[in-house]
Write a protein that binds this ligand. Structure first.
Ligand code: UD1
Length: 419
């Protein structure tokens, strides 16, 4: 198990190259199962979740060939239903996307339980409801979920916005017979990137209004090369790091328009943000102001930046209120932040952050990916040495994390700790 050591209290300055989006890359990779020809995916982030997705695809007979530094060729011509390794599906929430993709092409799959970040209940009823509405037979057991049959077009209204269930429905619908109309669907940039990718490969998908996706099934998808869109959560995380540590940071290869809905919130806290074509720059002017925010599906404030924002709010002058109705139990990291001096009360999906804390070095344990980033933020802003165990969880979703922080002037190192 790896540990990140941070000696805090240094400003960050310099440039960060934003990698391809984890949340776009995973559904795009799994959708290779739907193809009749090989497909090349570029701008893939070097994160362990991508490695896990590729391992699962290999186990289903997809031939994976590296074609460049961050690109691979996926040849699904020999794909067949097979037993997936429960240790891998258990590490990756995105493995759920195999249900929609496999149903679309292979006609059956038994999937051991999907895992992913452990921040409370993560039901899958909406995934199963929409797939059942498309005519698929689903069975659940203590070992996992099985899907069987050929999807048919259907009308489905999501009672709550779900990124994962929207993706699964799109994957099942692409090769289905007939038209599928989804309403109340997610419209996160990573969902739109999946749609753009599938359309380029010949899928007939339109989004006539926000939250509505219409998919007319096609007989086949043809091979293309596609670059995954930039990672908005990675970009948002580095913006928040720069706001916490001070200094001036520029993000390159970013997609500022993805973050546009939440930039006013950062500016309101005291960030000065410059926006270019594919770049963002940030520096903090003066003290940070407190914030009141509630997570919501896009274009709302993303639940994936909630922990990092809560950590930042510890440094603001005054009390902040941060609510996460999407995942009300996603505050498990607060007890770790308190070790660094944070004054936070969290209950019932709401954190009250006292602000004005003088953060100091602490021995912390990352409970999950984004919470790990939040604890790193506290360590960067705090005085003295912090250690962050379970650094491997951060590697699930941030490529070159330690190296990037080092290049910005942070004093950081990774060591192999005791498991
Ligand atoms: C969610 C986030 C996504 C983030 C990911 C990882 C939203 C809308 N989704 O995606 O941005 O990248 O976590 O942190 O911000 N739900 C059900 N039944 C289901 C599926 C979901 O009740 O079958 C509920 C969830 O409990 C949650 C909400 O719907 O309250 C949104 O969940 P969903 O978008 O499906 O989660 P992820 O796909 O994991």
């Amino acid at each position: 198990m790896k540990t990140l050591t941070v000696i805090g209290g240094r400003e960050l300055s310099g440039e960060v190259r934003i990698h391809g989006s984890k949340n776009a890359a995973l559904p795009i990779l799994f959708s290779s199962l739907l193809f009749s020809e090989a497909v090349e995916i570029a701008n893939l982030p070097a994160i362990t979740d991508v490695g896990a997705a590729l391992a699962l695809l290999s186990s289903l007979g997809v031939k994976v060939t590296k074609t460049g530094r961050d690109s691979i060729l996926l040849d699904p011509s020999s794909a067949r239903p097979a037993v997936c390794d429960p240790a891998v599906t258990g590490s990756l929430r995105g493995s759920l996307y195999l249900l929609g993709a496999a149903a679309g092409r292979l006609g059956e799959l038994s999937l051991p339980h999907p895992g992913g970040c452990n921040f409370g209940a993560r039901p899958i009823d909406l995934h199963l409801d929409v797939l059942r509405t498309m005519g698929l037979a689903i069975s659940e057991s203590e070992r996992g979920v099985s899907v069987r049959g050929r999807p048919r077009g259907a009308l489905f209204r999501f009672p709550a916005v779900s990124v994962g269930a929207t993706v699964n429905a799109i994957l099942a619908a692409v090769l289905a017979e007939g038209r599928t109309v989804l309403t109340g669907a997610a419209r996160e940039p990573h969902v739109l990137d999946l749609i753009a990718f599938l359309r380029l490969a010949g899928a007939r998908i339109s989004t006539p209004s926000p939250g509505t996706v219409v998919i007319d099934g096609v007989p086949r998808l043809h091979g293309i090369t596609y670059r995954v869109c930039p990672d908005m959560i990675e970009a948002g995380t580095y913006l928040l790091f720069a706001m916490a540590a001070g200094g001036s940071v520029t993000l390159r290869s970013a997609a500022p328009e993805q973050l546009a809905p939440i930039l006013p919130l950062f500016s309101g806290m005291g960030a000065r943000i410059g926006v270019g074509v594919d770049a963002l720059s940030v520096f903090r002017k003066g003290r940070l102001r407190p914030v009141r925010v509630e997570t919501a599906p896009y274009p709302g404030f993303p639940t994936d930046l909630q922990p990092q924002l809560t950590a930042l709010a510890c440094l603001a002058d005054g009390e902040s209120v941060i609510c996460d109705p999407i995942f009300p139990t996603r505050f498990g990291y607060v007890s770790e932040l308190r070790k660094a001096g944070a004054k936070i009360d969290a209950a019932n999906g709401r954190a009250l952050v006292a602000g004005g804390a003088k953060l100091t070095g602490a021995e912390m344990i990352a409970p999950d990916l984004r919470a790990g980033a939040a604890l790193t933020l506290a360590a960067l802003a705090g005085e003295g040495e912090s250690t962050l165990a379970r650094y491997d969880l951060i590697e699930r979703g941030y490529a070159d994390f330690c190296k990037t922080l080092g290049s910005l002037g942070a004093r950081v190192r990774i060591s192999d700790g005791v498991a």
